[in-house]
Ligand binder design. Structure first.
Ligand SMILES: [Zn+2]
Length: 372
């Protein structure tokens, strides 16, 4: 791969290429945008270009790309480039005092200090530059950001740091102001649909996942992968909507227990497909996907009451959406959606999964017209 192969982020890519051609490359970037829209892929290809020994530059049209064949490009490809580093919270167990430490929720200062701040002063060995990609920069806590700030204030001339961030508001103004911000927008639903269809996914599944993903092609592809396993998400969502549309208070524990089993099966299938994501993150991704499905159904029901002509995410279960819309007013649906977002925050905070699903479902059952 190279920069020209980055999917649907032409604006960000051409901005980087112009900067490269002009030879004025900032020492620190924030790539800001939702999860799964190509921030990491772009950062990786940008790093490959910055490190390349023989970059392909066309000044007239201001495009630039890595050569793909030099020693540096091959080292990035082989994941063994001495001047290229990806910093992520899972590195905690390789810090001095990190033995037996579990993956933390935030990006701890020990990781930033030992893998970035302490190492940035040694000169590059293979290329002319050193590149650091910091994943999930929204999880940098204040101590980590303050530690990083020292480098951002006076970066060595050869260094380029790229912070990947889904929430700019989580970064301190002092961090933000020292970085060039490059924005990454959601990918078009149509493009995601095309990509999913190319993998052999059925039309209904491809439409559903592309709408549900809200522009996160990475997430849509991960869901699509599950369809090849026993933990197919599409069948699960069909059953989930059947249960949720007429959920009774007394059925909540059973439905929640079933959802918990399904979530575990999804996490298990995912962990067999990807080995560089921590178990905790995979568990969270599975629970969040299920909550996301409920949110989409509630949104559909709300739109049915207010703007019926809009195309639903759950276009294939209109009857269930009508049942939900019949049970709750738009105001109630809005409150339930906001309750679901609160549950997403619980998941981020590491609240027990059983509790998460019970709360999710009680939220959907509780204000059903109860006879007094
Ligand atoms: Zn090269």
């Amino acid at each position: 791969m190279s920069l020209k192969d980055v999917f649907c982020q032409d604006k960000a890519v051409s901005l980087l290429q112009r900067v490269f051609c002009a030879g004025r490359i900032p020492h620190a970037y924030i790539f800001a945008g939702p999860d799964g829209v190509g921030k990491f892929k772009t950062a990786l290809e940008w790093a490959r270009l910055l490190l390349c020994k023989d970059p392909l530059v066309k000044n007239g049209v201001e495009t630039a790309d890595s050569c793909g064949t030099c020693q540096s490009c091959r080292a990035v490809e082989g994941n063994c480039h001495p001047d290229f580093n990806v910093i992520h919270k899972e590195l905690v167990e390789f810090t001095k005092d990190g033995k037996d430490k579990k993956t933390p929720v935030d990006l701890p200062i020990a990781v930033i200090r030992e893998f970035l701040v302490d190492k940035v002063c040694t000169r590059p060995t293979l290329s002319q530059r050193k590149v650091y990609i910091v994943s999930e920069a929204e999880k940098l806590n204040t101590a980590s950001q303050n530690s990083l700030l020292k480098v951002l204030e006076e970066p060595p001339g050869y260094c380029c740091i790229i912070l990947l961030c889904t929430r700019l508001d989580r970064l301190l103004p002092t961090t933000r102001s020292r970085c060039q911000i490059v924005r990454f927008g959601p990918v078009d639903e149509e493009k995601i649909f095309e990509r999913l269809s190319q993998t052999g996914l059925g039309r209904d599944q491809a439409v559903y996942f592309s709408r549900l993903s809200q522009g996160s092609i990475g997430l849509a592809c991960r869901w699509a992968q599950l369809e090849q396993t026993d933990a197919g998400l599409y069948a699960l969502k069909t059953n989930l909507l059947d249960s949720v549309a007429k959920l009774k208070f007394e059925n909540v524990p059973d439905v929640a227990a079933d959802l918990l089993d399904k979530s575990k099966a999804i996490a298990k299938a995912w962990s067999e497909l990807e080995n560089d994501t921590s178990k905790k993150d995979i568990d969270r991704m599975a629970s969040k996907s299920l909550v996301g499905m409920v949110i989409a159904a509630l949104h559909d029901a709300m739109k049915l009451n207010v703007k019926p002509e809009d195309e639903a995410v759950n276009f294939d279960q209109k009857k269930r959406i009508e049942e939900l819309a019949g049970r709750f007013t738009a105001q109630e649906l809005a409150e339930k959606i906001s309750g679901c977002y609160e549950i997403l925050r619980w998941i981020e905070a590491g609240v027990n999964e059983k509790l998460v699903f019970e709360q999710l479902l009680f939220n959907l059952a509780e204000s059903d017209r109860m006879t007094v």
